[in-house]
Design a protein around this ligand. Structure first.
Ligand SMILES: [Zn+2]
Length: 300
């Protein structure tokens, strides 16, 4: 079956101050690269903005109201790292909805991928580190609305700890959070995932892939997932501006393969999002993100 791909042009539509470090162009860059490599343009599924009522079910409604209406104070916006705009809210609502749609499509198809997502620094009542609403948590909740899904494993391999996800899911026995990240990196105050592995600066492929294998084995001893959500952040890459790890492009590909192989072995659906990745050279960055789609068998 063809693996669904979720994309909306708004993913890359956000006016940012010059030299802002967020590579907003990468999302459409990934879409274009996939098309260049033979993916039919008509194959992309388009999400609509998420309902505020759905956000309110899992977030502090005061935070949702203040953020969506532009009433959040300057300090809270600084923590998020984007200037407030109506465009930012529309983009975020669509991106978050994209991950939830990806989660639903994964249940139907076994596998589905969003061309954005991984807003793991968003908490129930504040946003942080370019994350406004936590799409990973909402996607887990979306999956659990399906009668066949109780337990959801969130595998977060972005170089930054999935602190918001860990905190949001801390009282959900049916959501298991696994984060492998750089120990000396943002967020400096870590939360408790079910499994946290903090890697040293300069960690290379062999140790990284070995650690992942052991962590997945350990997770499965504690938890039997009915579905997996995967944050495939590529800020682990050696050329990343924020990562401090030394993972090669091939290492990223093998990592992503490992996670998809786990889902296949267990016979459970998997929804993947691209997560973080920060390089000024968008083409170089897209080349690392594209490994996820190679690993999923979407392209060669
Ligand atoms: Zn990151």
């Amino acid at each position: 079956m063809t693996t669904p791909l979720v994309f909306h042009p708004i993913y890359s539509q956000l006016d940012l101050p010059e030299r802002h470090r967020f590579p907003i162009e990468k999302y459409v860059g990934i879409r274009d690269e996939l098309v260049k490599r033979g993916v039919d343009k008509r194959r992309f599924v388009t999400p609509s903005p998420v309902d505020v009522s759905f956000l309110n079910a899992y977030y502090d409604p005061e935070y949702v109201e203040a953020l969506t209406t532009g009433a959040l104070d300057k300090k809270a916006m600084r923590r998020i790292g984007f200037p407030w705009s109506q465009q930012l809210i529309e983009r975020t609502r669509t991106a978050v909805s994209g991950t939830c749609l990806t989660a639903s499509l994964a249940l139907e198809n076994g596998k589905a991928l969003n061309l954005t997502g991984g807003y793991h620094h968003a908490f129930a009542d504040f946003g942080s580190g370019f994350c406004l609403f936590n799409d990973l948590y909402l996607a887990a909740k979306t999956m659990q609305k399906n009668a066949s899904i109780d337990n959801v494993l969130i595998v977060d391999l972005d170089v930054h700890q999935g602190d918001g996800t860990a905190k949001l899911a801390e009282n959900d026995a049916d959501i298991f959070t696994l984060s492998i990240h750089g120990e000396k990196n943002f967020p400096h105050r870590k939360q408790h995932s079910n499994i946290d592995i903090g890697l040293a600066k300069g960690t290379e492929d062999d140790e990284y892939l070995q650690t992942l294998e052991e962590a997945l084995t350990l997770a499965l001893r504690q938890f039997q997932p009915d579905a997996i959500i995967y944050d495939a952040g590529v800020d682990v890459h050696v050329n990343d501006d924020l990562g401090h790890l030394h993972i090669s492009t091939q290492g990223v590909y093998e990592r992503d393969k490992q996670v998809f192989a786990l889902a296949e072995r267990l016979g459970v659906p998997i929804a993947a999002v691209i997560g973080g990745g920060y390089q000024r050279d968008i083409a170089a960055l897209v080349d690392v993100h594209i490994q996820l789609y190679r690993a999923a068998g979407v392209i060669n």
